[in-house]
Design a protein around this ligand. Structure first.
Ligand SMILES: [Ca+2]
Ligand SMILES: [Ca+2]
Ligand SMILES: [Ca+2]
Ligand SMILES: [Ca+2]
Length: 165
């Protein structure tokens, strides 16, 4: 007996990721199999690296919150998905609403700046500086659901300041 015990456990990481790179340290061409998982690490932008216990390869895994097989940073840079609130996640994965445009759980001056950009007037379509962000504007700031962002919504936003319930 070696005295060493193996956990036999596995960690599942959410949101779902997609393997975007296989790093083959020995360039032996045996690239697609890690055998059993070995080590795990993450970089500054949240990409995860998984190494094999019996392999010299490592897999780079990037977030794919919308499950379309495309890493989220690529979704955003290529325009496959919009990131109107600049939180580095495709907006389809964000629960935008209740005045919290950047989905950080609080309605504050950052959201107020976005509201100012989204606001047009009664019965007018929202006119954000990025036209593709109209639906994000309405999701965040059309409090009364009449398809505009006007002073009525502005007033509701004032009372929503603070933590999102
Ligand atoms: Ca994606
Ligand atoms: Ca986003
Ligand atoms: Ca916010
Ligand atoms: Ca409205």
């Amino acid at each position: 007996m070696s005295g060493r015990t193996r956990a036999g456990n596995a960690f599942k990481i959410s949101p779902a990721g997609v393997v975007t790179e296989i790093i083959d340290a020995t360039a032996d061409g045996a690239r697609a199999d890690l055998g059993v998982p070995g080590g795990i690490a993450a970089d500054a932008v949240g990409s995860v690296y998984l190494t094999g216990g019996r392999s010299n390869n490592a897999f780079k895994i990037e977030f794919d919150c919308n499950g379309n097989g495309i890493p989220d940073p690529t979704d955003i840079s290529k325009g496959t998905n919009k990131d109107c609130n600049a939180n580095l996640a495709p907006d389809v994965c964000d629960a935008i609403g209740d005045g919290d445009f950047d989905v950080d759980g609080v309605v504050d001056l950052d959201d107020h700046a976005a509201l100012t950009d989204c606001m047009a007037g009664p019965g007018q379509p929202s006119r954000p500086s990025s036209p593709e962000c109209i639906s994000a504007c309405l999701a965040a700031f059309d409090f009364n659901g009449d398809n505009d962002v006007d002073l009525v919504d502005f007033a509701r936003s004032q009372t929503a300041f603070g933590l999102v319930p």
